[in-house]
Design a binder for this molecule. Structure first.
Ligand code: ATP
Ligand code: MG
Length: 393
């Protein structure tokens, strides 16, 4: 019934040449989101507005769902188009539009007309009056309210005439590709997929790294992370997922260091390796799902100790979130069900019963000197184990 969608985006900060970058990236991301659906959608920019023209046959719900995954869209409107530009034609089409789209017609409304053709024989206000009159005649239970209408009926006269009034909420944010690239430390948990979502929402392309520890972690745990990456990629676009074998480093730390420090030392090595891969891949920052105080390894002192090994900025978009807030967000973005599948991730195998909650950096560093003999070699081997999987292509 609808022929196209008008895409709305917040224009704050999108001025001058940035505007083109923003719009071009938005168009590219919209095409990416619609690529998986059957038929050809054409995405065009005309007179400073972005339209998605749907194929002859298409699934409305699937299309709406795809557009809800495109950052940069603040809202979008399903549009009815007609080739008829005569005022009689527009009046009839507006009445048909109301008939088809509203169960109850006892609303207040206002007609808002825009003309791309300034030479159109009627002014915008005359079209408003014509269409308003047609609606009132057809639906006497409706009434006009120019100040606070419940429904704003938009009429756009272009090569075609567009009619729309429904506004669907988009995810907001900035189109992915407008703000560089970051490396997400992606585990199989609830938090890191949400953290990735939030950074991608600011226009950042994501790469990801997952540390696994076979045979202590299973193939199913790895597949779960790949699945999560796929789900994040619905929003973020294709993700290069690096899978790093972390087993020997973990075993070595386990052998050489005090067990209550294992988690912190292990996390320091994860960050170090993640940073090396990030730099090789031109990422400008790291992203984690940490939140202050959530677990022993996320107290301020622990974060201080983990952060200390990094030279790249570490973005922690969940830093002030409660667990429940993170869960709510993961349900919203569709990663929760996968995240709660019960497969071990590598941290849970080697955790001490009583991990330090206030690690002292000097003590941690001293413990790490126990690793000096083999750690460089093991880090090289870990980097060499990199298995690259591109998800969301
Ligand atoms: P998550 O739900 O994201 O797993 P968590 O509450 O389990 O988080 P931790 O296990 O302490 O917290 O991990 C903190 C962060 O470190 C994670 O959010 C993630 O960014 C990163 N991380 C943890 N384990 C791994 C792993 N095996 N591979 C990659 N990154 C990891
Ligand atoms: Mg975890």
């Amino acid at each position: 019934m609808f022929h196209s969608f008008l895409i709305k985006y917040a224009e704050i900060g999108v001025k001058g040449k940035n505007r083109y970058l923003f719009e071009d990236a938005l168009i590219r991301q919209i095409k990416y989101a619609l690529k998986k659906l059957p038929g050809h959608y054409s995405v065009t920019k005309t007179n400073g507005r972005i339209y998605v023209a749907c194929p002859e046959e298409y699934d409305y719900d699937d299309t709406v769902d795809a557009l809800r995954h495109v950052f940069g869209i603040s809202a979008f409107c399903p549009v009815v188009c007609t080739d008829d530009r005569s005022i009689e034609g527009i009046r009839a089409e507006a009445v048909k539009y109301i008939e088809n789209n509203y169960d109850r017609k006892d609303f207040s409304f206002k007609v808002d007309t825009r003309r791309a053709y300034k030479s159109y024989p009627l002014t915008s206000m005359e079209v408003d009056a014509e269409v308003g009159e047609a609606i009132l005649q057809a639906f006497p239970e409706s009434h006009v309210d120019v100040h606070h209408p419940e429904e704003m009926i938009h009429v756009e006269i272009r090569e075609q005439t567009n009619i729309y009034s429904r506004i669907l909420k988009g995810p907001g944010g900035m189109p992915v590709g407008t703000n560089g690239k970051a490396m997400l430390l992606l585990s199989g948990g609830i938090d890191s997929p949400v953290a990735g979502y939030m950074i991608a929402k600011r226009g950042v392309i994501l790469d990801a790294v997952y540390f696994h520890a076979p045979p202590y972690t299973s193939d199913r745990a790895k597949q779960k992370v790949i699945d999560l990456a796929e789900q994040v990629a619905r929003f973020a676009g294709p993700i290069w997922l690096h899978i790093i074998n972390f087993t020997d480093i973990q075993l070595y730390i386990y052998e050489k260091c005090p067990h209550d420090e294992l988690t912190i030392i292990m996390r320091r090595y994860m960050m170090k390796i993640a940073e090396l891969i990030a730099k090789r891949n031109k990422c400008l920052g790291l992203v984690t799902g940490e939140s202050i105080g959530q677990v022993a390894s996320q107290t301020m002192k622990s974060l201080y100790a983990t952060n200390e090994v990094c030279t790249l900025p570490v973005y922690r978009p969940l830093i002030g979130f409660d667990k429940q807030e993170i869960i709510d967000r993961s349900e919203e973005i569709g990663t929760y069900e996968t995240s709660i599948l019960p497969y071990e991730d590598c941290c849970t195998i080697f955790v001490a019963k009583h991990p330090v909650t206030k690690p002292n950096l000097q003590i941690i560093k001293r413990s790490e000197t126990n690793l000096s003999e083999k750690i460089d070699e093991l880090m090289e081997a870990a980097l060499a184990s990199d298995e690259l999987i591109v998800v969301g292509k």
